[in-house]
Design a protein around this ligand. Sequence first.
Ligand code: HEM
Ligand code: HEM
Length: 234
Amino acid sequence: MIQRSAYASAAVIVAAAVTVGAIAGKFTGAPLLFFGHIAAMCCAWGLMTSGSVIYSVCTEWLGFEIGKSRMVHGIVQSAAVVFAAVGYFCIFRNHQLAGASQFGFDKGNPTGKVVHALLGYVVLAWMLLQASQGWRKYSALSSGKVGFLVKHGLNGRGLLLLAAANMVIVLSTFPFSQALFLSLAAGVLGTTVVAVLLTAPKPVASAREGGDAQPEVENQEPADLYEKLAAGDQ
Ligand code: HEM
Ligand code: HEM
C-alpha cells in the first residue's frame, strides 16, 4: 500500500520543480552566464531536495527494492553536484570577464550578496563532501556493513537547510515586490523544511541510515537482515 509519506515526497518533488521554474523564470532576460548560475543552482537545489525524499517514492510507490532506490538517490544527488559545478563555473566566468571579485567584495555590493557568495562556497564544499560520503556509504552498505556513516542523513538535512537559506538571502537582494519575494522564499523554505521533516529519523528511516542507536560496527549483522530493516520489513 502506498503510504502517506510517498504522496508527501511526491508533492515535495513537484513543489521543488515549480519553485525552480518560478525563480529561473524571473531571470530569463539576464546575461547568459548570470542566468546560467541562477538556473543551474536552482536545479542543484531542486535535485538535492527531491533526491533526499526519493526513497519513499521509489520503495513505496514504484516498488523498487532498497538497493535500487539507494542507487536512484545517489544518481540524483550526483547530478545535483554536477549542476552546482556548472552554476559555479558560470558565475566565476561572469565575474572573471567583468573583473569583479569572486567573493562579492566589490565596492557598494549589498551585504546580502557578499554573505551569499561566502556561504555559497561553504554549500559547494559541503555538497562535495556529502556526495563522496554518500558513495562511501553506498559501497559499504552494498557489501553488508551495518551502521556505517550514520550521520550522512543528518549532514544532508543540514546541507539542504543551508542551501535554502543562502538562496533566500540572495533573493532578498533583488528588487522584487514583497509579495513575489515572499512567494519565492516560501517555495524554497517550505519545500526544504518538508523534505527535512520527511527524512528526519523515524524507525524505518533510521534503519535505512544504519540508525543512530546502532553502534558503528562493521559486518555486525547479515546484510539481508539490514535490507529487511531498511525496507521496513521489521
Ligand atoms: C544552492 C544554490 C547556490 C549556491 C551554492 C550559490 C553559490 C554562489 C557562489 C559560490 C557565488 C560566488 C562565486 C563568485 O563570485 O565567483 C555566488 C554568487 C552569486 N550568486 Fe549564487 N549560489 C546559489 C544560488 C543562487 C541563486 C538562486 C541566485 C539568484 C536568484 C544567485 C545569485 C548570485 C549572485 C547575484 C552572485 C554574485 C554575488 C556578488 O558577487 O555580488 N545564486 N553564488
Ligand atoms: C550531495 C547531496 C546529498 C544529500 C543532500 C543527501 C541526503 C541524504 C539524506 C537526507 C538521507 C536520509 C534519507 C532518509 O532517511 O529518508 C540520505 C541517505 C543516504 N544517502 Fe545521501 N545525500 C546526498 C548524496 C548521496 C550520494 C551521492 C550517495 C551515493 C550513493 C548517497 C547515499 C546515501 C545512502 C547509502 C543513504 C542511506 C540510506 C540507505 O540505506 O539507502 N547520498 N542521504
